[in-house]
Unconditional design. Sequence first.
Length: 407
Amino acid sequence: MPRQRFLQGHRGQGALRVVYVTNQIPLPAHSGGQLREAELLKRIGRTADVDLFVLTEHYDRDAANAPLMTSLCTGVWVHESTTPLGARPPGTVPERVWRYQSPAFDACLRDALASRHADIVHVEGYFLAEHLPRDPALPVVLVEENIEYLIDRQVQADGGRDAASWQAARARELRAWAGASLVGGVCEEDVAVMVRDVPDLPVAVMPNGTDHLARTAFPREHRAEGRHVAFIGNYTWAPTLQGAWSLVREIWPRVHARMPAARLSLVGAGMPDDLRAAAPAAGGVTVVGEVASVLPTLEAADVFVCPVWTASGVKVKMIEAMAAGCPVVCSRPALRGLLPAARTAVAVADDPRSMADAIVALLQDPYGRRRLAARAVRALDSLPTWDQAAETLLRNWLCLSAAGSVR
C-alpha cells in the first residue's frame, strides 16, 4: 500500500492560489533543484497561497521533512511513488517518467483541483506533467530545471540506461511542453532549445538566484602550493554521477600522480556504494558524503572542480564555489547559463586530460587562483538575486492568472 502524508500549513491569505507539483520536499536543500525551489517558495509564499503536492521516490526522507514546509505553504501532500525500487522501465518509457508512478497521487491531485479554486498549476519537470488532469481552462506553468532529453542523450551515448531511447524521451517531453500554458527554463540556452524544438512555444526564462551564500570577503588566503580540491554535487542526478566517475577514473589519478600530496574531497548527497568504494583507489580521495552546509568545504578548498559533460540547466554548486571565492576548473558544458563575465572567471577544460592539467596548474599557481577567485566574486554581480528570480516567477503566474489559459 503506497504511503501518503498530509500536513496543514499556514492560513491562506494570498492574492493567488497555486497548486505546486514537484518530486521532492525542498528543505533541507541538498541538491540544486531543492535549493531553487526552497529559495523561491520562501519568497513567493508571502504573496501566493501554495498547495504543495509531492510525488517522491524517497518517501521516508520527504515525509519526515514535510513539516519544514508548513510555514511556506497552505498545505503539504506527500505521496510515495509506487514504482518498485530497482525495477527497470519498459523499453518505451523514459526512466525519469517510470520512477514517478502513483494512481493515488493522481486521484488526490484531481480531487484537489476539482474541490478548491486554483488560479495556477505549477509543475516541476515534464515527467510530472502527465499526472495533471486535463483541464484546458486552468493555466499550467511547466518549469524545466534541465531539459531531460539532453541528459538522456548524453547518458545513452556513454552506454548507460536500458530504457526508452532519448528520441522517445524527447517526443514525450515536447508533448508536455506543447500542453502547457507557459514553459520555463532556467537559462537562455535552454529556452532557445525549447523554441527550436517547438516553434511558437510560449516560453520564459525563470532563472535561479545566486545570493544565498554570503560573498567571500577578500583577500582570501591562497597557499603557495594548493593541495585541496573539492567536488560537490547531488549524485542521484545523472550528470553529477557521470562527472564523479570521470573525476575518479580519468582525471584525479593524473593529478595525484603529479602531486602526491594533493587531496580530493567528494561531497554531497546520494553517493552510490560502488562510487564510495572505488574512489579511494584513485589516491588521496576522501569520501565526505552529505553535509549540512557546503560553505566549510568551499572555504577549505584551493580548487573546485566541475567535470559535468552534459549541457543543460545551470550548475548551482559551481556558482556556490564562485561565491565562496574558490577558484573553479570546469568543463565547457558547465558554463551553460553563465554570462560572459562569469565565463572568464573560471578555467575551462574540454576533456579529462586537459582538466587534470588545469587542476595541477592552478594548485601550483597562487596568483592564478587569487585572480580567478576575485573575478568570480565580481562576476556574480551580473547574475540575478533570489528576490529577482522569485519576482520573475510570480509575475508570470499573475499574468497567466489574469489572462486565463492561453492554450
